[in-house]
Design a protein around this ligand. Structure first.
Ligand code: EPU
Length: 315
């Protein structure tokens, strides 16, 4: 638990932008999860940097989340501070480029959807693959979010990160290693005491294109998504990563006969088997039990180990 002095410091610096014992189900799209010791929404970059330096000095765990759309927080909550960047890092701008390409920089707390719209409205090609993916730009970069049409790896030009010292570093594309739903870079660039740097922004290399054609394509992509995927009930999008080759996770779970299967308030969508839904009263334990059941069944029937795509955090 945070001691009195820590709470006092946080209240002094963040005022109404800090909440103590804040239930995480309010901040995750799965709508499950216990409380975080504190939940902070810094209103400026300076305050974010101050928080990071302070928590590192105090040895208090700080977890930066994006939109909470790919996150399952366990029922015991998070022993630490959860930080959300939506107030301090929310901006998109054209920052460079030449005749054939335009560099657009988006801050980490910006909604990915806003970046897609910015590109569409400015007749820039490259971001349509991300249409319909929920969450923030920062989260999408870390996850190398993507769909059948592409992923962040295909458009990123560079990223900017914050180090625990308060300094920032730009990491260029050639030093970023993207994998399926994963980003890494040479730790020598940023490594300080094994501390995970925070992504502040991403710069994207886009190409001028015909706005009408882009908009038409966008409508088709969103329509196809709506047709295949469930909407309405809380979820974290696709729950499992697709195996490297062969059948997709959705197909495997479907073939295993698990569509519609429930444990407590958690249910496998009857529309797309790679979606675990919260029927309204699910606990994180229900979600995890259903996840385990899926993994066991798919392993038993197909001898394939499904790995979750979402981050599981907390106690
Ligand atoms: N399928 C089934 N049963 C199901 C679901 C799917 O048989 O219950 C079959 C489909 O008929 C299709 C194949 O599986 O032949 C692939 O399905 P889909 O096109 O829906 O793609 P996916 O691989 O399941 C991926 C991404 C999604 C992204 C879609 C569309 C992963 C894990 N998932 O899903 O991205 O939206 O493609 O591009 O990479 C997400 O939205 O959260 C997400 C992660």
């Amino acid at each position: 638990m945070l001691n009195h002095d820590s709470k006092k410091w946080l209240t002094k610096i963040f005022g109404k932008n800090v909440k103590f014992n804040e239930p995480m189900f309010r901040h995750t799209s799965l709508r499950v999860g216990g409380s975080a010791w504190a939940f902070v929404t810094p209103e400026s970059f300076e305050k974010l940097s101050e928080l990071i330096r302070w928590s590192k000095k105090k040895g208090i765990y700080c977890m930066v989340i994006g939109g909470g759309t790919n996150l399952l927080v366990k029922d015991g909550g998070i022993n630490g501070i959860v930080v959300v960047l939506k107030k301090c890092l929310d901006c998109i701008a054209r920052t460079g480029g030449g005749k054939d390409s335009v560099i657009v920089t988006a801050m980490a707390g910006t909604k990915l959807h806003a970046l897609c719209s910015f590109a569409l409205n400015n007749g820039l090609k490259g971001m349509n693959f991300a249409l319909g993916i929920p969450g923030t730009v920062g989260g999408a970069i870390i996850m190398n979010a993507g769909t059948a049409y592409g992923s962040m790896a295909g458009v990123i030009d560079s990223i900017k990160v914050l180090l625990p010292t308060g300094k920032t570093r730009v990491i260029l594309k050639q030093n970023l290693y993207f994998d399926y739903r994963k980003l890494s870079w040479d730790r020598k660039i940023t490594d300080i005491d094994n501390w995970q740097p925070i992504i502040l922004s991403g710069s994207f290399s886009l190409r001028p294109s015909d706005p009408q054609r882009l908009k038409k394509q966008a409508v088709e992509i969103l329509k196809a998504r709506k047709k295949r995927q469930p909407s309405g009930l809380p979820s974290a999008g696709c729950f499992f990563k697709n195996p490297v080759s062969g059948k997709t996770a959705g197909e495997l779970i479907d073939l295993a006969g698990l569509k519609g299967k429930s444990i407590g308030g958690a249910k496998i969508s009857s529309k797309h088997a790679n979606f675990i839904l919260n029927k309204g009263n699910a606990s994180a334990a229900d979600m995890l039990a259903l996840m385990k059941l899926v993994q066991e069944e798919v392993l038993k029937i197909f001898n394939i180990e499904l790995e979750s795509e979402i981050t599981i955090a907390g106690e």
